[in-house]
Design a protein around this ligand. Structure first.
Ligand SMILES: [Mg+2]
Length: 124
């Protein structure tokens, strides 16, 4: 069982939905951390190791794009999987976040099956 997941979204309801969805997908973590924007997420990453970050794009303070860019500069975050979860779904934007260092992309609305499809190969 992977250790820690960090769920980053400015909507608390969406964070709960994501938590429930990954559980339904059969993906379990020992610890679940939450953050409501990129700035808070960076602070969480500096507190301790995180295996997987599930990150929204449109957020106040620091959006998901800036977060990925900054997270990849952290020495302890080079190998952390960062999966973007967003309603933004233009191919250009997906390319852009991947170029910044995102590992994969899931668009909203999502299904447990979609999470399983993306996460299973990453977590094995
Ligand atoms: Mg948002």
């Amino acid at each position: 069982m992977p250790g820690a997941v960090l769920i980053v979204d400015d909507s608390a309801t969406m964070r709960k939905i994501i938590m429930r969805t990954i559980r339904t997908a059969g993906v379990m973590f020992q610890v679940t951390h939450e953050a409501s924007n990129g700035k808070e997420a960076l602070a969480k990453l500096q507190e301790g190791p995180v295996d997987l970050v599930l990150c929204d794009i449109n957020m106040p303070e620091m959006n998901g794009m800036e977060f990925v860019k900054n997270a990849r500069q952290l020495p302890n975050c080079k190998d952390t999987m960062i999966v973007m979860v967003s309603t933004e779904s233009s191919p250009e934007l997906i390319e852009q976040v991947k170029a910044l260092g995102a590992t994969a992309y899931i668009s909203k609305p999502f299904t447990p099956e979609r999470f399983k499809e993306v996460l299973a190969p990453l977590l094995n």
